[in-house]
Write a protein that binds this ligand. Structure first.
Ligand code: ADP
Ligand code: ZN
Length: 738
């Protein structure tokens, strides 16, 4: 009897498709290989995920062919991808698509020819031959300390390939195939086994030693355990990661290090490569072709360390020995389109499946992680002090309701803060200002009729960008020219409200003539390069004041910064999301952690309208204890994570009624499941009621247990909504409820 291959296709359908395996391919088709299959009238490329001998479908078509030279997915990774599809109730094909770079899927990663000099060629007389072309090639290669791509060699020496071939025949040079260069640095394509361990100019401190020993022991024993490395900002977590990774390498194992997208700067990459040798970088800002080369080098075992953002959790590292998730509280680890996986949770599962340790590092762990540490599921390790013995910054809270006197920035630069900035600049130190709102002003508002200029697709206020002289939507990007009168009542006098980073920058330039001010936000940072350049100028002291959004808050280690100002600490507190206090406390602690990392003490000024709020209290004491107490009470009562599980179903339609009616059909179908342990809330309009022209209704599912929650959620997915035009999305463990 014919065997059957279950094939995952890149479509958002949960079940793989079954195909008969022709006899001729019987011994080559196995899970993880890429195959071509008939699909409707055409052909599709997919991945075999399982071999079976029965199928519920009576008439199966035959699998076409195996794709030659495809990037086979190893069984352990396939198992992880399947778990992800199953847990998040999405298609395995979709998961594979986000795990494997496009160029790898399309087999576009080809080896190129490289040339290197042999020891014979490097020494002694150039072969006795005086032919100048050969001479030129040899001379050129002698000046390189690594192999050169053949094409480049021919180009730089302006020769044909015949002298190169002759030299190779005589054993003076060697031509070989390897993957093309990575990341602009010339790469040999050789196996990089010997890592250049550079000793740091310090010994790990006692707390670091405890952490390193605990983690190393599990690496050595190949034992699953999740560590929550809770270390204040500047406590030397990276050193712990590096030593743990080194331990894995010493044992011939690979390592996976995840960092948030935004923190994957050239400096961060340098910090790892300097100590550990070559790492493969998987970053969405890299062109897909480059990412694909890094991916391939990992898969072939040429590089043993993967360093990357969210999707790197699926990096094909053979013999993985440890997984590290830095800044593990970051929300960017959750993918906000399908498949909606959380890389932190997938990382823990991957470690569990492989029986290896996983380290979740953070100065401000999430409530979920703290709870897991409390119940003993995670082992907590604490780094309580900064490495240089510096105290954490002193915090000064400015109540904007009392301290009304402002000197600029549309009311956001208080007199007190300006004084602090001036003192800091006088001491030749640097200032970091944080405002989580970009543009010049959040909106334009009519003083006569109260009309707000809004995006007609998203129904949110448009952000006024002065430099581009237009108003633009932060969600869909649509923009409008700035009206000189109110579009509703024609009153001349539209007022700007809620100033943004652009406005602050302008005010600072006026207030401090001659001082270099720069801005870091999504409007000034259009590429990884731009971001690196702005940070580099700041680090070198060419810029004295840097203003920015969340981008400035995270991970940067700039020793000259002694003053951090938070201009409007309350922005995120007002969001209708149960995590808003947690997010605010985390973000403020992170920003505060940027001050005083060098040898001079730091100071933080927090401007707020709600100084009594516990999220502000956490920030001013720089620990999350109070948050834990207050939030635990609320979340236990309302059964929110970590004291309950959550899923969200979003129904979007261009027609408001259709969105409502579709949501209602799903709600009814779910109620019919009769699982009382799952609470179904809604349908109700989502906080962002309209986005990109679609009306949004949502349903929240709450339960103490994951099993029934997922059962009810998958019923919703199988239910046909009242209207076919309604787009349905399911989010398991949602991070974003807007
Ligand atoms: P974190 O990631 O916890 O915020 P970092 O890893 O960036 O902290 O460490 C802060 C600084 O302290 C870095 O410049 C690092 O090189 C340095 N450092 C780390 N460990 C030690 C140590 N044991 N002694 C002295 N300096 C250290
Ligand atoms: Zn919009």
């Amino acid at each position: 009897m014919n065997r059957i291959a279950r094939v995952a296709l890149p479509i958002p359908l949960r079940e793989p498709f079954d195909y008969r395996i022709p006899d001729s391919l019987a011994d080559q088709v196995r899970p993880g290989v890429q195959v071509r299959v008939p699909f409707g009238p055409s052909k599709r490329i997919g991945w075999v995920v399982e071999i079976t001998d029965h199928s519920p479908h009576p008439k199966l078509r035959e699998l076409d062919a195996i794709i030659p030279d495809s990037a086979e997915i190893q069984p352990d990774l396939l198992k992880l991808l399947e778990w992800t599809a199953d847990y998040y109730l999405c298609g395995i094909g979709e998961v594979i698509e986000s795990a494997v770079p496009k160029a790898v899927r399309n087999r576009k990663v080809r080896s190129v020819r490289w040339v290197r000099i042999t020891s014979e060629g490097a020494s002694g007389d150039p072969s006795g031959s005086s032919a100048s072309a050969r001479q030129k090639v040899l001379e050129h290669l002698r000046q390189q300390d690594h192999p050169v791509p053949l094409r480049k060699l021919i180009e730089s020496c302006a020769v044909s390939d015949s002298p190169v071939k002759t030299l190779a025949r005589r054993g003076l040079i060697e031509i070989f195939d390897a993957l093309p260069a990575q990341f602009g640095t010339p790469e040999s394509g050789e196996t990089l086994a010997e890592n250049s361990w550079i000793t740091p100019p310090f010994e790990p401190n006692p707390e670091q030693v405890v952490a390193i020993d605990a983690i190393s022991e599990t690496v050595e024993k190949k034992q699953y355990r999740t560590f929550l490395l809770h270390g204040v900002t500047g406590s030397g977590k990276t050193e712990v990661y590096i030593r743990a990774v080194q331990q894995a390498l010493d044992q011939g194992l690979g390592a996976l290090v995840l960092v948030p997208e935004i923190a994957l700067t050239p400096q961060a990459i340098e910090r790892f490569t300097e100590r550990l040798g070559t790492v493969a970088v998987l970053h969405s800002m890299l062109p897909d072709s480059e990412r694909a080369v890094h991916y391939e080098r990992l898969r072939r075992g040429e590089v043993r360390i993967a360093l990357g953002a969210r999707s790197a959790v699926f990096a094909p590292v053979p013999d993985l020995g440890i997984i590290i998730v830095d800044e593990s509280h970051e929300t960017s680890y959750k993918q906000e389109n399908s498949p909606r996986y959380h890389a932190r949770d997938v990382a823990v599962m991957r470690a569990h499946q492989l029986g290896i340790p996983c380290v979740l590092g953070s100065a401000t762990p999430s409530m979920e992680s703290l709870e897991n540490a409390k119940t003993g599921r995670y082992q907590k390790i604490i780094l309580s002090e900064r490495t240089n013995g510096r105290p954490l910054a002193t915090i000064e809270v400015i109540d904007r309701r009392i301290e009304k006197k402002s000197v600029g920035g549309g009311g956001l630069l208080s007199q007190r803060l300006i004084e602090r900035i001036r003192e800091t600049l006088d001491r030749d130190e640097q200032v970091l200002l944080f405002l989580n709102r970009r543009g010049f002003a959040r909106n334009l508002h009519c003083l006569n009729c109260g009309h707000d200029l809004r995006c007609h697709q998203c129904d949110i206020p448009l952000t006024y960008h002065k430099s581009k002289s237009r108003s633009q939507c932060n969600y869909c990007g649509e923009y409008k020219p700035i009206p000189d009168q109110c579009p509703e009542c024609h009153f001349h006098g539209m007022q700007q409200r809620s100033p943004g980073t652009e406005r602050i920058e302008e005010s600072l330039v006026q207030l401090f003539p001659g001082v270099q001010v720069d801005r870091l936000d999504r409007d000034t940072v259009t590429s990884a390069k731009r971001m690196a350049a702005i940070l580099q100028r700041f680090k070198e002291g060419q810029t004295q004041i840097l203003v920015g959004t969340q981008m400035v808050a995270k991970g940067h280690d700039i020793p000259g910064v002694t003053l951090v100002g938070v201009l409007d600490a309350d922005i995120a507190l007002g969001l209708p999301d149960f995590r808003s206090a947690e997010r605010t406390a985390q973000l403020l602690c992170q920003v505060a952690g940027r001050a005083g990392r060098g040898d001079r003490p730091g100071r933080v000024v927090l401007q707020t309208m709600q100084p009594e709020h516990y999220a502000l209290g956490c920030a001013s004491r720089q620990n999350l204890d109070q948050l834990l107490v207050e939030e635990t009470a609320i979340r236990k009562l309302l059964r929110y994570p970590p004291h309950g599980h959550l899923a969200r179903i979003l129904c979007e339609d261009e027609d408001e009624h259709k969105a409502q009616e579709s949501a209602r059909t799903l709600a009814e179908a779910m109620k019919e499941c009769g699982l009382d342990s799952v609470k179904i809330l809604g349908p109700a309009p989502a906080p962002l009621e309209r986005l990109r022209g679609r009306f949004r209704q949502h349903l929240l599912l709450k339960s103490d247990h994951r099993g029934p929650l997922r059962q009810v959620a998958s019923t919703a997915l199988k239910t046909k909504p009242r209207w076919a035009s309604t787009r349905i999305t399911l989010d398991i463990d949602p991070q974003n409820l807007l």
